[in-house]
Design a protein around this ligand. Structure first.
Ligand SMILES: Cc1cc2nc3c(=O)[nH]c(=O)nc-3n(C[C@H](O)[C@H](O)[C@H](O)COP(=O)(O)O)c2cc1C
Length: 191
């Protein structure tokens, strides 16, 4: 399996509007592949403006926020490419699209790292931060995964939250749980 790094990807459209989305970047030699499922604003933007900024952040509220409609996070301009960097980034990569591999489901944008910046030392991840990240992935797939699987995974992830969450992780978890509660109230389609 390739290495996949979970990052916050910022892209821009032709009119200069920035878009934020959590995405797993796939390592491919010296390159990183961005693989958005269709339809996706990130995908549309990468076709219009072939640059992206991948911000590595330990503030998991950004992952949770993006999945729950809270997409306004402080940013500043990137240094070498058209785009913006998350202010809370511990480090970031500025990426240029070198090639596109078309696919009906999930096109792949192969990106070259143009510039890497380290802003402060990485302080490590605790279990609650990992649990928020995993829960954000679950929330992004609520309509695709079997409900039993979602409930079982939430039960496990809650343990890490109850044992190790600080205020940021509590807030991030709370936003995701609001989304989960809404999903619990929806009728489920069964095969
Ligand atoms: C940790 C994490 C990793 C994700 N990785 C991907 C990915 O690689 N591809 C993708 O299409 N969506 C991924 N998602 C879901 C997207 O963030 C979400 O669907 C987003 O809205 C993308 O669509 P957009 O570009 O239209 O905003 C991920 C979500 C999380 C929380």
């Amino acid at each position: 399996m390739p290495r996949i790094v979970e990052t916050i990807v910022m892209t821009m459209n032709a009119t200069g509007e920035a878009h934020i989305a959590p995405l797993g970047l796939i390592e491919e030699g010296d390159a990183w592949v961005i693989a958005p499922f269709r339809p996706s604003r990130t995908l549309d933007n990468l076709r219009q403006v072939p640059f992206a900024v991948a911000s590595h952040t330990d503030d998991v509220r950004v992952f949770s926020g993006c999945l729950t409609g809270r997409k306004t996070w402080p940013t500043r301009p990137a240094e070498k490419v058209t785009g913006v960097v998350l202010d809370s980034a511990v480090s970031h990569w500025e990426l240029a699209v070198d090639g596109i591999s078309e696919d009906d489901v999930r096109p792949r944008f192969t990106c070259r790292v143009v510039h890497t910046v380290s802003h402060r030392p990485w302080q490590g991840f605790n279990r609650a931060q990992s649990a928020v990240l995993e829960c954000a992935v679950l929330v992004s797939r609520l309509k695709m995964l079997p409900p039993e699987k979602i409930e079982a995974e939430l039960k496990y992830l809650e343990i890490a939250i109850s044992k190790t969450a600080g205020p940021r992780e509590e807030e991030a978890w709370g936003w995701l749980m609001e989304r989960v509660e809404a999903w619990r109230g929806e009728p489920k389609l069964r095969a």
